[in-house]
Design a protein around this ligand. Sequence first.
Ligand code: ASC
Length: 547
Amino acid sequence: KVRRYRFHIAYKYKSPDCFQKLSITVNGQSPGPTIIAEQGDTVVVEVQNGLLTENTAVHWHGIRQIGTPWSDGTEGISQCPITPGETFVYKFVVDRAGTYIYHAHYGMQRSAGLYGLIKVAVPEGTVEPFAYDYDRSIVVNDWWHKSTYEQATGLSSVPFAFVGEPQSLLINGRGRFNCSLPSASGAVCNLTNPDCSPSVFTVVPGKTYRFRIACITSLSAISFGFEGHNMTVVEADGYYVKPFVVDSLYLYSGETYSVLVKADQDPSRNYWASVNVVSRKPDTPTGTAILNYYPNHPSRAPPTAPPAGPLWNDTAARLNQSVAIRAHPDHVEAPPAASDRTIVLLNTQNKVDGGHVRWALNNVSFTLPDTPYLVALKYKLKRAFDARPPPESYDYRGYDIRSAPPNPNATSSSSIYRLGFNTTVDVVLQNANTLNPNNSETHPWHLHGHDFWVLGHGAGKFDPSAHPAGVFNLVDPIQKNTVPVHPYGWTALRFRADNPGVWAFHCHVEAHYFMGMGLVFEEGVEKIGRLPDAIMGCGESKRLLRP
Ligand SMILES: O=C1O[C@H]([C@@H](O)CO)C(O)=C1O
């Protein structure tokens, strides 16, 4: 079946947290409309750029784009940007049931509001390994009052100005900033604006709900919970999870989960759904929505304070959750037993080109070229990007991950990792100290074009000479498209390079990708047929369009 959508992208004044700001909307909404499809369907989205003075591109996060690498929506990688007034048609197959995301992949537009959900249902007649009465969706993001232009300018300036902690956390596009703060002086706080009335999830006592929770934050790692209710985690990034019960779930930007919640508490009142910042010292009020027990009034505030969630700096608890996420025993798809190549990536914060603060992998900070890699590689356009291979590893013995980089300087490059088609690749993400003493951050890494097996997480330094069998879970690893690397820790993943195309792999913190925390994999580009003209027209690809 073909599912057709028309997305008109435009700026609009919105007050999602009771402060009026220009937001990038899809058909007037932020979050945009939910794409609803069934596994195997073809989704066609006509994206019309109505931003007047800005380019755009839309990425379908978690959709592997098998056979359609030009529809991945990553500006500079899979396509030229969509210029103002232009319409670009994305067409792809949703080949796996699950909960996915779409969002801008251009500059910092995701943080300006261009995001939404993709819900892919199992084919009719398929039985899932859990039961529920109703299916609901929750999308969480973080929100700033400064424009993304100011943010982006600060990030690329010397001296560096970071985006800082968000003013609010939004649940389904609704939240509330702290308008009683002195720093909020001047900010107009319009609590009666209907844009910022809290989201409500109405439940019928005794029923079981599947909540699909997507985290599309730009910066924040979060904890999410329903006051007084446990959640059974059953799905992550489109894969069934060996169920586990939590009262609070950690989510990292780019991840999706399904949890089951039974409405089994005192039905005479409402409860809070609450979301809090973790991993960075919070300076953002708890984000709330109302879990409304029918027939109480949906806007009746619960009589209690919203849960504050777990301690923000409990790294061990977050690592434990990551380790606990395993494939459902009846749905294990075992990874290849061995890999053909291991790439170890040291994640550091550095200074590049005259003191710009940037992030680097093995001392290389990523810069996007003007010509999309897909076009450059397919048509062998020289000069389009740096053809030297980037480093496979770092000085494991010599580098102290617990200290700021002894030499903060790194280089920047548009070089890429070229993978043998159908080979198995291991990636070890090694976290380290930032430029600031005693500081290491969480980085959610997202891979385009594939799902990977999460072979392991650990605290401290990963020893590349350790025998993989001793440290890797090859029995029941979960497959995901986004996974965190915890502060001072490591994360190992494995994937098969079996999808012809050019694929980004990057930190899903929007500011960090913007600051060079990413890389690109190429595989099987020679197997790709004629590329659509619509992805060309910028950089070196301009000449290909001449008759
Ligand atoms: O990229 C970042 O920069 C700041 C800080 O490290 C320097 O001000 C921060 O918290 C980030 O995540």
